[in-house]
Structures are given as structure tokens and as C-alpha cells.
Design a protein around this ligand. Sequence first.
Ligand code: PLP
Length: 397
Amino acid sequence: MERYATPGHRLRCVEMVGKRYLFTPGPTPVPPEVLAAVGSPVIHHRSSDFRPVYERVLARLAEVCRTENDVLLFGASGTGAFESAVANVVTPGEPHLVVSAGNFGERWVSMLAAYGADVDVLRYAWGETPDADDLAARLREREAKAVWLVHSETSTGVVADVRALTAAAKEAGALVVVDAVSSLGAVPCETDAWGLDVVVSGSQKALMCPPGLGVAAVSEAALAATGTSPRFYFDWERTRKAQRKLDAPFTPPVSLVAGLDVALGLLLEEGLEASFERHVRLGRAARAGVKALGLELFSPDEDRSAVVTAVRAPAGVDSGDVVQGVRDRFGITIANGQAELKGKIFRLGHIGWFDVFDITTQIAAVELVLGELGADVEIGDAVTAALGAFSSEPSRT
Ligand code: PLP
């Protein structure tokens, strides 16, 4: 630590400039153009001011989801979009299968149980990557009306091979519902090409908006298979009919929709492929920095881990102290582990409006704080390693 933080030369950014950095895997930083749109005067949702914005947002969402299907927009967080899927697909008592390897897989399990589904769980230890052969084998043992997947398990940093999992589910004749809350826009999610029946997401991750909008891309097969669970606000058919007339069924959060319009414009201007490549590079940079510090990765060391980098706290250190340290000292918000991983891992987000210096800032701050906590870390090389990895040619896995 001598190199940076000798007594009397202790970096204290918060006091100096009061600057804040949001580096969690959601919500994520929002570009100023988007904030300006969100802060513009409120317009009426049944007027000619709003309709072109609504039309553009729905078209842009379909482009980002890579689908010809309807993409339904709800005033709700990502979990609201989850609930729309459960409320529309499930009839109580029907068999469903969840592939769970973390906090958000468990959310599908709890929600399906709350709606009375007969839920089977293909459960992995947190941090493991689900396997399509396991899924195929489970579906041979027990049928399921739908298979519920998590694309990017934000609690562990694992990005599942949704394409292969979907192929296994389709082979068994099941519908496929995908939680793409932290993946949509950051890693490839080919709704139509992979045959995903339902893709749910939220505004506050790679879509670069404040929280508050939930999205559900819904196939004709999913609409035809709707169940009998009670629903009203989240009834897909009601929203679909209204959206097709550009007449939202309820008052939408118009300011967020205006922000999403600008954010999706930015994303599509960059290009989805370019965004995917940038996220691959960001993940590479984060992992290289972490490894140069001598820390152990919790998320897989592969290019698919492009959304969030989960890191094991070094021996004798509670990850909460790292999170607290970078927050108190530098105004930087990173994420602790969730549930059973709380205190054991910390998570560096890199979804959405991020560039490499958002990675090096996180790495440098973690390095300083770990040094001060007396952790056994390699001081001095991490930022250089991160910058080098960002510029290297990604080899896709
Ligand atoms: N699924 C995943 C993978 C997530 O990362 C999140 C948000 O953290 C959610 C679901 C829940 O979304 P929300 O918090 O917007 O309800």
C-alpha cells in the first residue's frame, strides 16, 4: 500500500468533489441525453405528443430483442415483467420446470409456487453454469408446460447458454421463458432465431435507463397457451391490443418511456453487435484486473461473462467491507454478494453505459481499499492489466 496511500497522502475523493459512481449490475449509469429526456416536460399519453414516442420505443424494443413478436411494455420493474409471464402462462397445478443457479432462478421458483404451479427445479450450486444435457434428461423424466430460464444470473455473474438450453426445452415440447433482465442489449439474445417464447427484461441495466419499465417479448405460441391465473394489470392480451392501437391500457410512466426512446436510439446507433463486443471487452478488462490483484474470480473466466464480474473476497476479508470501503472513501457503489454469497463475494458491474475507464476506476478503488484492509493483494499492476485486456482481441466462447 505504500505506493498509493501512505498516511497523509490518503486519497479521499468523496470529500474533494462529492462525485458518485454507480457501478452496480443494476441500476446502471444513465447517459445525460437520457436523463434530459426523462426530465423533459410531461406529455399526455393519449396525445399526438406521446404516440410517436411510444411507437418508436416499441419498434426499437423489438429490434433489441430481435423479434417480430409483440414486445409489451409495463410500468414496473423487471420483476413486474416476470410476474406478467407467470400470471399469463400458468394455470394452477400445471407442471413447470425452473433451471436455477442463483438468486433470480430462485425468484422464478417462488413466483411460480405463489401462482400454484407444480414446480420442479433443476437446481445448481450458485456459480455453476446450467447444462443443456441435464435439462434434456430432466424433461425426459418429467414433462413441463414451460421451462423458465435465467440468461444472465446477476447474483453470480454466470451467463447461461440460452440457445442450447432452449433447444433442449423445445425438443421436449415445452415453452421457454427467459429472464433477460441483465442481459438484453449486453450479450446476444436472439428471441426469434433461438425460439424463445417469452423474454422479460427491465429498463435499468443494459438499456441505460432509470428503473421503472418492464418488458416482455411474447410469442404467438405463448399467447395461445395462456393459463387461468387471475390477472388484470399484467394481462398480456389487454396490453397487446392497446399497444397495437398505440393507446396504452393504463397511464404509462411517460417520462421513462421518453428516456427509453433516447437510450434505445443510442444503443442501436452503437449497434447491437458493437455493444456485445464492448461488453466482452469490459468483462475481459475486469477479469484481468481482478486476477492481476491476485484475487480469485467467482464468475467464470470466459468471454460470455460480459455482464458482471463476481470476485471472491480474499481470506479474512468480508466483501461487505470492500463495498463499504469504496463507497465511503471514493463515492463508488459496487455490489455485495446476494443471499448466501453476502460477505463472500463482491460484484463489479459493467452493463450498459460503461467504458474501460469505468472498469479501471473500480479496480483501482478496490485495490486501494483491499490494501488498507490488510488483504494479501498484488499492488500496482491491476489497472495496466485491465487496460491491456480491453484492447486485446476477444476470442468468443
Ligand atoms: N433478474 C435478474 C437477472 C436481475 O438482475 C434482476 C435485477 O436485479 C431482476 C431479475 C429483478 O429485476 P427488478 O429488480 O427490476 O425487479
